[in-house]
Design a protein around this ligand. Structure first.
Ligand code: DX5
Ligand code: ZN
Length: 217
């Protein structure tokens, strides 16, 4: 299992230190949430933040693009040092083309589905992706409550993965804490994004360990 703290909830004035803190605390990946104010009603950052943090961490950088027409940004994120680029299924008419672009840039490609988007729509691209990210909240903000109905989609994906021998990782994002992480892990999730649970705490390291232990039990 992998824990991917989302820097959306980090202290932007001390980003380098916050990244160091979670890295030392046992984080496996760093999750970067790019938002454009169109696909989601919030603005964050672009590839420049990946470029800025790349020299300060050894961990894989997991980029979640909540932007319209993500194909326009793939090259920039790849050049900045992204290890994973995940695009929202709902964000482009050309999902297949966008995924091909990511692969061509030699970056792992992920597809993300919102709570209202069914797994069945992914049927024709599952063999192409390295990761499927199931949103467990509606994207746009940190600190929202986990939507329990999304767990069924994790189960469906885990079943398909097993039946068809696919190799994609199953990631979950939104409202992950010591209790919701258990349900997600039992359903088959393998990568867990956590923003506010990790960073809105005095000791992010302790929070990461609590998440890891919750899945072990
Ligand atoms: C939400 C983002 C998440 C966010 C999660 O749109 O994709 O990565 O940072 O935050 P929490 O863990 O606080 O729900
Ligand atoms: Zn995210």
């Amino acid at each position: 299992m992998k824990i991917a703290p989302s820097i959306l909830s980090a202290d932007f004035a001390n980003l380098k230190d916050d990244i160091k803190k979670v890295e030392e605390g046992g984080a496996d990946w760093i999750h970067v949430d790019a938002m454009d104010g169109h696909f989601v009603p919030n603005l964050t950052f672009g590839a420049n933040i990946v470029k800025a943090i790349r020299p300060h961490t050894e961990l894989p950088i997991d980029c979640h693009l909540m932007v319209e027409n993500p194909e326009n940004y793939v090259e920039g994120f790849a050049e900045a040092g992204a290890d994973y680029i995940s695009i929202q299924y709902e964000s482009t008419k050309h999902v297949h083309r966008a995924l091909q672009l990511i692969k061509k840039a030699d970056v792992k490609a992920g597809i993300v589905i919102n709570p209202a988007t069914p797994v069945s729509l992914l049927e024709d691209i599952l063999q192409l992706v390295d990761m499927v990210l199931v949103m467990t909240v509606n994207p746009g903000f940190g600190g929202q409550s986990f939507i329990p109905e999304t767990v069924n989609k994790i189960k469906q994906l885990a079943k398909l993965k097993k039946e068809k021998g696919y190799e994609f990782l199953i990631e979950v994002d939104g409202g992950v804490n010591a209790s919701t992480i258990k349900e997600c892990a039992e359903a088959g999730a393998e990568v867990f994004v956590a923003g506010s649970y990790v960073f809105n705490a005095d000791d992010p390291k302790e929070r990461i360990q609590t998440l890891k232990n919750a899945v072990k039990k």
